[in-house]
Design a protein around this ligand. Structure first.
Ligand code: GAR
Length: 203
């Protein structure tokens, strides 16, 4: 059984999808704890499922590194096989990435490497593109630059607001995340993905 810690900042709809999936005895992964960098509304999903949660408030630490050390300490309590960044709206310090890689994955509401960063949906609308997407990646020390595990296109419709587009991307993210965790539990080799050279170097 794959043990997962999920880290969130927001509403936790992707977390909820993982919790719902792991309620099925046949699903080979379990969320063992949920962590947040603030009093995130999504922590209620952990409570609803009776899953332990922890909060490491970013503002309580003098530096990103100190926050990262406290976060890592909390994560390690649960001895997870995989850590999922599921709407954690903070850059994770290199020490944490290095300690967890490659068993650290992130969901992103765009078709990476397009529109990385904290405003992937807004940036796609502002760019005027007619399609964007959802991606699940292995986290490295770049901003949304790690190896792509899976991604899927989502159309941008005329007049879409950021909220409307995001609400159409999220169900795709949820499906890809649940499938990715299943694939990892079934032996998908993240190490092989992590050592893959970026396309620009390969060519
Ligand atoms: C998701 O769309 C996730 O990809 C995004 O935040 C949302 C969280 O939704 N993450 C990022 O943009 C990270 N750069 P949720 O809290 O409802 O799961």
């Amino acid at each position: 059984m794959l043990k997962i810690v999920v880290l969130i900042s927001g509403t936790g709809s992707n977390l909820r999808a993982l919790l719902d999936a792991s309620a099925d005895a046949a699903y080979p992964a379990r969320v063992v704890a949920v962590g947040a960098d603030r009093e995130a509304p999504g922590l209620q999903h952990a409570e609803a499922y009776g899953i332990p949660s922890f909060t490491v408030p970013y503002g309580s630490y003098d530096s990103r590194a100190a926050w990262g050390d406290a976060l890592l300490e909390q994560i390690r309590v649960w001895e997870p096989d995989l850590v999922v960044l599921s709407g954690l709206m903070r850059l994770v310090p290199p020490k944490v990435v290095d300690a967890l890689a490659p068993n650290l994955i992130n969901t992103h509401p765009a078709y990476l490497p397009e529109f990385p960063g904290a405003h992937g949906v807004r940036d796609a609308i502002r760019a005027g593109v007619d399609q964007t997407g959802a991606s699940i990646i292995v986290v490295d020390n770049g901003v949304d630059q790690g190896p792509i595990i899976v991604q899927e296109r989502v159309p941008v419709l005329p007049g879409d607001t950021e909220h409307e587009l995001h609400e159409r991307i999220k169900p795709v993210e949820r499906r890809l995340l649940v499938q990715t965790v299943l694939d990892i539990a079934n032996g998908l080799d993240l190490t092989a993905l992590s050592t893959r050279l970026p396309a620009s170097i390969k060519e």
